[in-house]
Design a protein around this ligand. Structure first.
Ligand code: LLP
Length: 413
């Protein structure tokens, strides 16, 4: 549970302020029980039993969370060779991992397929050829671009006219290359985008994929990708999961009764972890200026776009909560800005906040997905630590970087 009671924000049964004191700021904090709840919520919305939830670890690769999801029975969607390696190291069974890369080299496929024994989901016809030449007479999966895309921002749209997938009008080429190298197509895949709050694009994707699936006999799974959105803004309507789960279940039931059972795979990242994480930051500087006769306030914190790039990159909205003043009237309109030397370094624009003072802790909400995993060392700043909460216990699971971590990679210093 992450929520406000009285003046306090709680994560599990711990006050956020206490966690900030114990582990320092900035710090990413995740609620393991909420991760589990989100996972189970998604599973429950599907009536279709032959379902596998492949967690997209690009959203959050905290090993603690990966282990938890592994224990719940999840598979893993990995988009780079090292995500695959991490999954194997964490103990995901090889057959429960799918490697969906883009601009993939032969060396990468040799590592993933040859060394780690994980199925490759191919993104282009030339890649399929390279795969066939390197691993003839083996199993393979292909990513189809179904010709539709959706997402919370144009950068998060990965279907339609984008670099992703084998276009649906290239299917004869797929068949040709499969024949040439005697490859067995075991999976069809699509991922049309991220942060989608309407069910229709998913239903349409499934319809188009299942149509393609009729052309191939040996299919073990049809993977409709991830992209299930979550509400970030107050009052934003959540995705109607029950409706979506029911529509997709019907489509797969119908297909299976005609052509034999096929596994339905989904690859959620954000839906599982987004709401289960916050970034705790401390107010270090409050700048008040007058612009054209009106007051403008910049609340400077000890973090920034290097730790959470979504607001800077996509103009994404993240709710900000003053963790021990949550019940005070929100009388202040301010930009919450970081310590990085760029004007785009914002965590929130025109946030509604209570009156603040230096030392206050703020929670940047819904930061569990694409927060830490997109962080960087820009400006020579360390990445924050990660803490996982279960009820009343808080555990450090990734430590804060220290200066030596950043200096270590220089060949000469
Ligand atoms: N499967 C594949 C092949 C993907 O590329 C992605 C995300 C997912 C699954 C999971 O999507 P999700 O369920 O998390 O929406 N950085 C952006 C999101 C980019 C997502 C990229 N691919 C953001 O912060 O909004």
């Amino acid at each position: 549970m992450i929520g406000v009671t009285g003046p306090y924000l709680y994560i599990g049964s711990l006050r956020a302020e206490k966690i900030a004191e114990e582990f320092g700021t900035p710090v990413y904090v995740y609620d393991a029980e909420l991760v589990e709840e989100n996972y189970l919520r998604l599973r429950r919305s599907f009536r279709y039993g032959n379902l596998e939830v492949m967690y997209a670890c690009k959203a959050n690769n905290s090993v603690e969370i990966l282990k938890h999801l592994r224990d719940l029975g999840a598979g893993l969607d990995a988009v780079s060779p090292w995500e695959v390696a991490l999954g194997v190291r964490v103990g995901f069974r090889r057959e429960k991992i799918l490697f969906t890369g883009t601009s993939v080299t032969v060396e990468e496929m040799k590592f993933v397929r040859g060394e780690l024994g994980v199925l490759v989901n191919v993104d282009s016809i030339p890649q399929l050829r390279r795969y066939g030449k390197t691993f003839p007479e083996t199993e393979v999966s292909v990513r189809i671009n179904p010709g539709i895309g959706a997402g919370h921002h144009e950068y998060a749209v990965t279907g339609g006219v984008t670099k992703f997938g084998i276009y649906i009008n290239q299917l004869d080429k797929v068949e040709e290359v499969l024949r040439e190298y005697r490859l067995r197509l075991v999976g069809l895949h699509a991922h049309i985008g991220s942060g989608i709050l309407r069910p229709e694009p998913f239903v349409e994707t499934a319809e188009r994929l299942l149509k393609v699936a009729q052309l191939f006999r040996d299919l073990e799974f049809v993977d409709i990708g991830g992209g299930f959105g979550i509400p970030y803004r107050p009052g934003e309507r959540p995705l109607d999961l029950d409706y979506l789960g029911s529509r997709l279940s019907s489509l797969f039931e119908e297909f299976s009764s005609k052509y034999g059972s096929v596994k339905l795979r989904v690859e959620p990242g954000r839906f599982i972890v987004g709401s289960a994480g916050v970034l705790l930051v401390r107010v270090v500087d409050i700048k008040e200026v007058e612009v054209g006769g009106t007051r403008k306030v910049f609340v400077g914190v000890d973090s920034g776009m290097n730790h959470l790039i979504r607001p800077a990159l996509y103009g994404a909205y993240h709710e900000v909560v003053a963790v021990s003043k949550a019940d005070r009237p929100r009388v202040l309109t301010a930009d919450v800005v970081g310590n990085v030397c760029e004007s785009g370094d914002v965590l929130a624009v025109n946030a509604q906040l209570p009156e603040l003072e230096e030392g206050d802790v703020l929670a940047i909400m819904n930061a569990g997905a694409y927060g830490y995993s997109m962080s960087s060392n820009y400006n020579m700043r360390p990445r924050p630590p990660e803490v996982v909460v279960r009820g009343a216990s808080a555990k450090l699971t990734r430590r804060r970087e220290v200066l030596e971590d950043l200096l270590r990679v220089f060949v000469e210093l």
